[in-house]
Design a binder for this molecule. Structure first.
Ligand code: ACO
Length: 450
């Protein structure tokens, strides 16, 4: 291939500017120069494939473990500027949505691109609310779990099980079917989560109450005991709704990537959402809020904070709830959450761990180790304290993240399905293993490791 002939033609805008939207790459092995088109400040990895020394070669790839600098899709859903600490859903600032919107309204925005009109919101709320019940057989699976089973394990399994109840969900290119699975997933997530919680307590399941709001009904299914009608505390109901808004989407994070990757095999959305929930379970992702509380309890008192920070700086553990792959500034969600924490503590009483958290933050924000690495509190640093104060056990924290993130997962899954450029996700590798070798009979083998 002659790279000179490959030069893209200049557009009229480029001619006017006197520059070209291309990147010239010179391969010093051959002296050849290649001109690669730049779109949205990005080059296409496949354009590197033409770069080779020998025409028989596979061609050049880019190596990017953990996708540190690789865009795997185009998206119109969430925008993050990690250096400026900005998060927007469909162009709307997270601060505005947290102040003025509800979770269901935000979920609609994330899924369908615009805030709903009053009529659209009414229909949307009706449909989600009328899909909150789960098949009675799911209660039987839950009964099979040990009393101390982690609720995330129960949640992952029961989301996957939903696919067996709704075989129509396999019809993924049917818009009507996708809409229905969306109502089902968003409607049933709080029910599965609450039932998992009640199972761990050995308490009877509390059924959905269609008269309550989305977060209000969730609180009802979690905490209702003998009262005929559960009435959620409005401050806690609103706090939970705002926390749900803050967690609704966050572009290409680990669990969203799992949703897109698994969904790219064209499996049904319940199976893909189970995979996304499994990804969220890990302590480096949605499991971090649980780890923050464990860390604060381990620190034990404000006086022990400097010693703990010293250990972190020596590499003996991490300051959980700090740092983020994208935010290199204060996570804007953490700022809003700090404010909600005050409101919740006013109703429920202050968490004894709050002082320890504040002291960790104070020291870390001044300490050269954290400052130079741009480590700031992330969304998980204060959520655990709020959830604990609201009466949730630590094991429920990642579950409280999975419920609202479902709207983001479905929106991202649908965007992937309808994107004509997307195919089954299939990364490349750089093989560094053995060259071809002769098969060894067992008696000639030497142990490779003890
Ligand atoms: N405490 C102490 N040091 C840290 C922390 C931390 N929380 N986070 C990062 N560092 C250090 C690393 O050791 C590394 O130091 P080095 O350059 O001397 O080797 C440097 O900061 C860069 O860190 P990386 O691990 O390269 O950053 P990466 O982008 O890969 O990781 C992550 C981001 C996973 C969030 C990381 O900061 C972390 O583990 N934080 C704690 C877990 C956590 O709070 N996760 C929740 C994330 S938010 C979410 O998922 C919703």
């Amino acid at each position: 291939m002659n790279p000179v002939k490959q030069e893209p033609r200049a557009t009229s805008a480029e001619t006017q500017r006197g520059t070209r939207d291309t990147l010239s790459v010179t391969d010093n092995r051959t002296g050849k120069t290649y001109e690669l088109p730049i779109t949205h400040a990005t080059i296409r990895a496949l354009d590197l494939r033409q770069i080779k020394v020998d025409p028989k070669e596979f061609g050049m790839m880019s190596y990017d473990p953990a996708y540190g600098n690789t865009a795997c899709c185009t998206s119109k859903i969430a925008f993050i500027d990690g250096d400026a600490g900005i998060l927007r859903y469909r162009g709307y600032a997270i601060e505005d949505l947290a102040e003025k919107s509800t979770y269901l309204e935000t979920a609609y925005l994330i899924l369908y691109g615009e805030l709903p009109t009053a009529k659209q919101l009414e229909a949307w709320t009706y449909h989600v609310t009328h899909h909150t019940f789960i098949h009675e057989s799911i209660k039987k699976f839950l009964d099979g779990f040990h009393y101390d089973a982690h609720p995330m394990g129960m949640l992952i399994s029961t989301i996957a099980a939903l696919s067996t109840f709704y075989p129509d969900a396999k019809d993924i290119f049917n818009e009507e079917s996708r809409r229905k699975q969306t109502w089902r997933l968003i409607g049933k997530m709080p029910t599965l989560a609450a039932f998992a919680y009640r199972h761990t307590l050995g308490m009877p399941y509390s059924y959905p109450d269609n008269e309550l709001s989305y977060p209000g009904n969730f609180l009802n299914m979690l905490f209702k005991t003998t009262e005929l009608k559960y009435r959620p505390n409005p401050t806690l109901e609103r706090a939970l709704d705002v926390l749900f808004i803050l967690h609704a989407d966050h572009e290409q994070n680990c669990s969203t990537n799992a949703m897109r990757c698994v969904g790219s095999s064209h499996v049904d959305p319940f199976s893909a959402a189970a995979a996304a929930t499994a990804a969220l379970y890990g302590p480096l992702h949605g499991g971090a809020n649980e780890e923050v509380l464990r860390m604060l309890m381990e620190i034990g008192s404000v006086a022990h904070v400097p010693e703990f920070i010293k250990k972190v700086k020596k590499g003996e553990g991490k300051l959980m709830g700090f740092g983020h792959r994208v935010y290199k500034n204060y996570d804007p969600r953490a700022r809003i959450i700090k404010h909600i924490a005050d409101q919740v503590f006013e109703v429920m009483g202050k968490s004894p761990l709050l002082e320890i958290a504040l002291e960790c933050e104070r020291i870390a924000l001044e300490d050269e180790y954290f400052v130079s690495r741009k480590l700031y509190p992330n969304v998980d640093f204060y959520t655990g304290l709020i959830y604990q104060s609201m009466g949730f056990p630590m094991t429920m924290f990642p579950v409280l993240f999975a419920i609202p993130r479902t709207s983001g997962w479905i929106a991202q899954w649908e965007e992937m399905l309808l994107d004509p450029e997307q195919k089954i996700a299939r990364p490349r590798q750089v093989y560094l293993g053995s060259e071809k070798r002769a098969y060894q009979p067992i008696e000639q083998r030497k142990p490779a490791r003890p």
